[in-house]
Write a protein that binds this ligand. Sequence first.
Ligand code: ADP
Ligand code: ZN
Ligand code: ZN
Length: 738
Amino acid sequence: MPAAPRIACIALDRPLDRLFDYSIPEDLTLAPGQRVRVPFGRGSTIGVVVELASTSEVAPGRLRAIQEAPEAEPILGPRLLELLQFGARYYHHPLGEALLGALPPALRHGDPLPALTPETLWRMTPAGSQALADGDARGRRQQAVLRALAHPGSTPHDSPALDRATLAAATGLQLAPRELRAFAERGWLEAITPDPKQPPPPNTSDHTLTAEQRAAVDALTPDTGVPLLLEGVTGSGKTEVYLQMAERVLARGRQVLFLIPEIALTPQLSARIQQRFPGQVALLHSGLSEGERLRAWESARQGQRRIVVGTRSALFTPLPDLGLIIVDEEHDSAFKQQDGFRYNARDLAIKRGQLEQAAVVLGSATPTLETLHAATTGRYAHARLATRPDGSQPPAVEAIDTRVHTPDEGLTAPLLDAMQQTLAAGHQCFLLLNRRGFARVLACDACGWVAECPDCDARLTIHAHNPRAVCHLCGHQEPRPQRCPQCGEALAQRGLGTQRLEQALARHYPTTPLIRLDRDSIRHKGALEEALDRIRQLDAAIVVGTQMLAKGHDFPQVGLVGVIDVDQGLFSVDLRATETTLQLIVQAAGRAGRGSGGGRVLLQTGHPDHPLIRGLNAANYPAMVAPLLEERAAAEMPPHGHLALVRVEAGDAETTRRHAERVATHLRNAAAEGLRVLGPAPAPRHRVNRRFREQILLQSTQRGPLHRALTRARHAWQTDDLPRGTRIAIDIDPVSLA
Ligand code: ADP
Ligand code: ZN
Ligand code: ZN
């Protein structure tokens, strides 16, 4: 009889490509997925059991024993464990880091699982609704809370019941229980304690689905393992389709995982989901405290909350009854983790769907070429929403030739005229400029000197109200020089950022309310919610912003969208820059002409006759990007080829180069037919924060050879003597080559 497995192979949060063997004490029964505390070095650490074994390569006398298991049962189920093992293999990342990184930080630090107490839900009373309507609720906080609880277009008793954390997220306010109780004492809110076994029923929809929307909901076939692309022009009502899909899946007793790129930027969306399914949503995002995150996670794991809405890392939430994964705005690069475990949550969502027999829906108005290709070749199912429920069309895109109409501080005369008309008609103008700051750079017109970061290959930017020059890459700041250090001439500010554009607009329209929306303007808590609220309340007629403006907002009064400068993005050499810029234009165009009927989109460019600009057509994205797909095919680039980047980073240029050469040699030795190893070459940003970067690009029409070569080469370079501070990172399916 074989000996009972008394050894556990345990994943630890260490950057090492291995599991660690420990003996299991007599009184402990363990299963894979269970959390344990083990001795490590002179201290102890938390790990997760991956396998049980009867023997170990470690000599019995040297095997250390597990100290304790915080829980009696696994916290990661077998399929989630399998997903993480797959992910670690596929992205060539140490399993321990991937696995422990998937747990809420509190569990990683050894905290116990929290006991779940039913949470009080807050609902607006008819009196609260009246107070909001009559203006009796005067304070900003009062209004924000009541508005978040108002269910648009329905009777007050339909008002959704939200918990405190959700209300805080929807309003951007820190809300103490005391404050909510005070509102209840005034008669505006009522407190409800739901029965966890009997979640409140979903609220009914305000809409009857259009035929296209219904067909899309019906296209959801569970358990086939085939993802569904929901491709719908902006404003076509994708969210309503998601909600009805979710309703069906919930009705069958399953859970729903709803992944979105960024919660903070789209508070409307998470509020809509919560309003539809009161008390059932666990919200997981980076703004939560460790305790809040742990409770939300645990409520999903126990099946108490039936819907998880979250960003990238929410993909790894244990859901015992998972039936549907929705990936909204699947094209957004926020789904790709850019450091450490560089997974793509969208791609792993598809894998998770297969493992757990859950349906997967990828939604976007501007799907990535990869997803589009999979759908048009039949690998994914494809549902299209070609029209908007209100019958409006995404506006046509008109180009303004900047060679004819010279921009002054970014603004051409035709754009200013169009703004004038739009404002006169009582509609809003959105101006998109994908560059923060005031002027881009400080330059000397006499000798060509430009202020640069001492630690990076980057120029310093100038911000209004900040006397220092700032590096956007590393955060370095220094006093702004007045004169050229090279020739002594006065320095000029060149280039244009959102802040400078804002000032120029304020000069053109001194009495028109104006808002700026970028990373700098929303830095303090609640600023974003306040800005979005002001835009919705028509409290701002002109909005200047970065790509944030183009996210899924649904503002009905936008009459004009102006894109200040697209040329840099459209004619860049980076793999995806063109695709991303086209997506940005179409998404931005999608903000115009909703509800108000007819909107205009003006694009300032020096290349109005370029085929990509002439081909811009927000109403038919697949047709518009067809030429790009052909280019990719010809170049054997994704989706017609597969890429991996290996980045080598060290403290000096010489070491980095030497080591990158070695890594490339390992890769060439391991490469089989059909795999190209390009480089090493200095990364486009060679120096960042005083460190140097070289990169090697792997390209192959098949995935197999690429992964095999990486696995073999990694074994080889792990035995190399790495100079101190040298780092090698692998990026599979990179979203950017920069
Ligand atoms: P998308 O996410 O596709 O850009 P949204 O889901 O934001 O679009 O919907 C756009 C607008 O259309 C919203 O104001 C929404 O309330 C409305 N809408 C959605 N479905 C319907 C419908 N079936 N009938 C009427 N209006 C609808
Ligand atoms: Zn000079
Ligand atoms: Zn820098």
